[in-house]
Structure formats: structure tokens, C-alpha cells
Design a protein around this ligand. Structure first.
Ligand SMILES: [Zn+2]
Length: 247
């Protein structure tokens, strides 16, 4: 039997039978994988507490050996459990949305180590004093870049010019902002977005803003970014995620 070792973050789990549980991990080495934890719900289980939701753990699994073709979880040892995230609902919901997006925006069995690093980073930030909203925006911007869905936010997607107004429209279908001249007649427009909010998102997407504690964002701008990201992510995924409603 070939044992594999992985640096993993638990992004979902669901009961599989009376004693077993199915885990979805995002791993540094293998990307998103699913593994069956046989006996994980038994009191004597040695893996259960180590692979709760939102836990960073080292896991060992046997490749594709279950009847269903899933990996089988053999061992797990928690590295970080992020206790502060569980104490504050906004942090918990932000973390749940980060892992839900990771689950739905990534293909299975496709390693993306920079994305693993971003997921670990957002959990560490949410476990710290950084604003939950800002930490989540930074993660979403990087996820969009690393999964190939980052929209164009600096110039109009139709004519290529930088917008002259402080507010612009956004076309989900074109994947970017649309200037006032080009907006009439475009389908799927999200109207009146502030260029300030969009340029912050653009900056976060470049990943050079590391001191998130220095970013202040008005509650109005945060609400607008949240609503924009929910709409764009829903369009990209072709569905709304349950976690969007909790933010
Ligand atoms: Zn234009």
C-alpha cells in the first residue's frame, strides 16, 4: 500500500456512515482531495479531533483504496486549530466562506501551492486581530487571481480606456469594468461601483499589500465590495454559495 503524506486544511466534512466521515482537504501537495475517515466518528478515533473543519494538519492517507475510489485517511496530526476564529462569528463565517470558495473554485487533484499558502494565510489572519472583512477580501482577490478568474479592474473591458468617473459599472459577462461611454446596452451590469473600492481589490489581488492591519475601509465601501464579490463569484460559479448569506 502506498502511503501519501500531505500538508492539509480541512475544508469540509460530512458523515458517511454511522462511524465514518468523508473529509475534503485542500493540500499543498495534491490540491483538493477527498478522503474517507473510517471509524472517525468512534470515540476511540485517533484522527477525529485533528481534522475538524478549518484545522491545519499533517495527514497520511492511502491513495484511492476505498470501494468508492476515495483515498483513505490513515493518520492525522493537527498543527494549527485557530481557536480565535471559533470565538467570533464574523471570523468564523469569513473562514467558512474562504474554504467554500476554495472547494468550488478549484478542480480536484490539481496542486496549486500558492493557493494553499493563501488559504493558510487567511486562516492565520482571521485568527489574529486583522479585520475579518479585509482578511477575506484579500483572500478572495488572491483566489480569483490564482484560479484564473480575476476580472479586469483598471481599464474598461470594451474600449481599454481608464475610466474618468469615480463610479463605474461592472460586466460579469465581460469580466471587468465598463466605462460610462461603453455601458449602455451591455448585459449583466453591476452598476455604480466606486473606483476606490475596486482599486483596493486590485491592489489586494497583486498580493503586495501584506500589512492588512493598516488598511481601513469604510463600512459603506466594505458593504459594496461584499455585494460586488458575492455577485461576481455567483456568476463565475453559476450558483450562490450558502456562506455568502452569512457575511
Ligand atoms: Zn469603455
Amino acid at each position: 500500500m502506498a502511503y501519501e503524506r500531505a500538508d492539509a486544511i480541512t475544508i469540509r466534512h460530512a458523515d458517511f456512515s454511522e462511524t465514518s466521515r468523508v473529509y475534503t482537504f485542500y493540500t499543498r501537495e495534491f490540491g483538493r482531495i477527498t478522503a474517507l475517515g473510517k471509524g472517525a466518528l468512534r470515540k476511540s478515533s485517533r484522527v477525529a479531533g485533528h481534522v475538524d473543519l478549518l484545522v491545519h494538519a499533517e495527514i497520511i492517507f492511502v491513495s484511492r483504496r476505498s470501494r468508492e475510489g476515495m483515498h483513505i485517511l490513515a493518520e492525522a496530526a493537527a498543527d494549527e486549530v485557530f481557536p480565535h476564529i471559533r470565538r467570533e462569528l464574523p471570523r468564523y463565517y469569513a473562514a467558512c466562506h474562504a474554504v467554500a470558495l476554495t472547494e468550488h473554485m478549484t478542480p480536484a487533484d490539481d496542486p496549486n501551492p500558492p493557493l494553499f499558502e493563501e488559504l493558510l494565510l487567511v486562516l492565520r489572519r482571521l485568527n489574529s486581530e486583522v479585520s475579518a472583512a479585509v482578511a477575506l477580501f484579500a483572500f478572495e482577490a488572491r483566489l480569483l487571481v490564482l484560479s484564473g478568474f480575476m476580472p479586469q479592474l483598471a481599464q474598461c473591458v470594451v474600449c481599454g480606456k481608464a475610466p474618468r468617473l469615480k463610479r463605474v459599472a461592472f460586466s460579469s459577462a465581460h469580466g471587468g469594468i465598463v466605462c460610462a461611454d461603453c455601458a449602455p446596452g451591455q448585459p449583466d451590469l453591476i452598476e455604480k461601483l466606486s473606483m476606490g473600492a475596486l482599486s483596493l481589490l486590485d491592489r489586494l489581488a497583486r498580493g503586495r499589500t501584506t500589512r492588512l492591519d493598516r488598511i481601513t475601509i469604510s463600512s459603506q465601501a466594505a458593504r459594496q465590495m461584499r455585494s460586488f464579490l458575492n455577485q461576481y463569484e455567483s456568476y463565475t460559479l453559476g450558483k450562490e454559495l450558502r456562506t455568502m448569506k452569512m457575511l
